[in-house]
Design a protein around this ligand. Structure first.
Ligand code: BES
Ligand code: MN
Ligand code: ZN
Length: 500
């Protein structure tokens, strides 16, 4: 990776001279290999723990500089909390904490993948390293004048000690694939809109071909032919042409219906003629977070050779005010044939999704459709940044998403759909209007709008990721503005329910 960070598995033994990271529980108990490596320094650790009131709580850390009796520059003891079995997300977190405790200047480190109860399995150690990788990500390609003090060494080499090196390496292949997908999504969200406009986004998806993904790019002429006027209307005020990208990974049985993921890819959302206020408008470079997640997911599935047929469809547009821009009051005919009166040009994401969902269902007859969109400010009001809003026409799909969310920590909260809300988007002049008229229930009326472009027989879930895709909650495994939220969630969903 570009950051010059090398993470490699190795056997337990004497740690290298750099930073040495070990784990203990809330009884300050260590695993056997760790205790052996610490030797007489264990006593020092106990004294330091007492002096620092370190009790081994989950995620807490105790640091000792040049500890006597150990040939290391720094010893970091990280607490795992109660000696209970850890979940995958706990191991990711421990990896994140460990990475965070490696000083920027450290060029060498050793992490013992051992818990008080014993060495981590290959899979568990791979989780730990995935957490480290996710934590280590930084988007700094536009920083040209960093102070020497902030500069990491050219090469950082961290060894993760495990019981079975070969098995850990094998287990890490799939984690690395998923991690790559998350980091790709973060990069896409973090890029500014003068760099990442629709055609450039489309170009970047072509890199997925290397992993075996078939990529098709629809240009404006192709979309016109298909009748995608709802999507095209959003992009018509921009100097950048709109694009739809179709990504296909066929790792499943030949001819089996695919699972489908659809992403809102508004590369910048000014609001259009219904222009947004200036405050925080720069955040709207992240309004393609749904499309970024779908792209990252497709790369992850292909890179780990998931046994599933999957399609990803992303609608890429820029929502700008201009002489050619769409106006409030305009009426467009969507690909489905349904007409839409534009009330507010800032409610553009649903217009993009309407055509993308319709297109996906017609062409692929998928097993299910899940769309992701930074769709409404209202979902942030409702749920904050902790949960994404989930709307679904199918209880089984909703339940599976809920479980995958609990397992990965990328949590979803189900919101209601109901005919009473649907009525709110009936229009005087057309089949529907693109906003509910009132701000109340804004995330729900948006979902009701999208629902009109999904037939009832296709299981469908809509994830409103406005609160989770960017400006995101800082966690032990994410210090990035663009979070890459949803890649791990959906990868997990596919892995647990739709492979093999
Ligand atoms: N992209 C925005 C939603 C958004 C806002 C995402 C803030 C993340 C942070 C979306 O296109 C939008 O403008 N929605 C409007 C809808 C309204 C005009 C009905 C909103 O939420 O205010
Ligand atoms: Mn908008
Ligand atoms: Zn938007």
């Amino acid at each position: 990776m570009a950051d010059g960070l090398k993470l490699a598995f190795g056997p337990f033994g004497a740690p290298g001279p750099g930073v040495f990271i070990v784990f203990c529980d809330d009884k300050l108990k260590f695993g056997r290999a760790t205790a052996d490596a610490l030797g007489s320094a264990i006593d020092l650790v106990r004294r330091a723990a007492k002096a620092e009131h370190f009790t081994g709580n989950s995620g807490s850390a105790l640091e000792l500089i040049v500890p006597a009796g150990l040939d290391v520059a720094r010893l970091v003891v990280i607490g795992t909390g109660k000696a209970a079995p850890l979940a995958q997300k706990d191991r990711l977190k421990l990896g994140g904490v460990a990475m965070g405790k490696l000083p920027v200047k450290a060029s060498e480190g050793t992490v013992f993948a051992e818990l008080p109860g014993g060495a981590m399995s290959a899979d568990e150690a791979a989780d730990l390293v995935q957490g480290m990788r996710l934590r280590a990500y930084a988007f700094d390609r536009y920083k040209t004048r960093r102070k020497d003090d902030d500069k990491p060494p050219e090469k950082r080499s961290i060894t993760i000690a495990v019981g079975d090196v070969a098995a850990a390496r094998r287990a890490f292949v799939a984690r690395e694939a998923v991690t790559g997908g998350v980091l790709l999504a973060r990069d896409l969200v973090n890029e500014p809109a003068n760099v990442l406009y629709p055609d450039e986004f489309a170009r970047r998806t072509l890199a997925l071909k290397k992993a075996g993904v078939a990529v098709e790019v629809l240009d404006v002429a192709a979309m016109k032919k298909l009748g995608m006027n709802a999507l095209l209307g959003v992009g018509q005020g921009s100097a950048h042409e709109s694009r739809v990208v179709v990504m296909r990974w066929n790792g499943g049985k030949k001819g089996e219906a695919p699972v489908a993921f659809i992403g809102k890819g508004v590369c910048f959302d000014t609001g259009g003629i219904s222009i947004k206020p200036a405050a925080a408008m720069e955040d709207m470079k992240g309004d393609m977070g749904g499309a970024a997640c779908v792209t990252g997911l497709m790369q992850a599935l292909a890179a780990r050779k998931a046994k599933v047929n999957a399609v990803g469809v992303i609608g890429l547009v820029e929502n700008m005010p201009d002489g050619k821009a769409q106006r409030p009051g305009d009426i467009v005919t969507s690909m489905s044939g349904q007409t839409i009166e534009i009330i507010n040009t800032d409610a553009e994401g649903r217009l993009v999704l309407a055509d993308c969902l319709w297109y996906t269902a017609q062409r692929f007859k998928p097993k299910f459709m899940i769309d992701l969109a930074t769709l409404t400010g209202a979902i942030i009001v409702a749920l904050g940044q902790e949960y994404a809003g989930m709307f679904a026409n199918d209880d089984e799909l909703a339940e599976r998403l809920d479980k995958a969310g609990a397992a990965t920590g990328e949590k979803v909260w189900r919101m209601p759909l109901a005919p009473e809300y649907d009525k709110m988007i009936d229009s005087k002049f057309a089949d529907m209007k693109n906003t509910g008229g009132s701000r109340w229930g804004g995330a729900i009326t948006a979902a009701q709008f999208i629902k009109r472009f999904v037939d009832d027989k296709t299981p469908w879930a809509h994830l409103d990721v406005a609160g989770t895709a960017f400006d995101s909650r800082q966690t032990d495994i994410n210090k990035s503005w663009g979070s890459g939220w949803g890649v791990r969630l959906l990868d997990r969903l596919v892995q647990d329910y739709y492979e093999g």
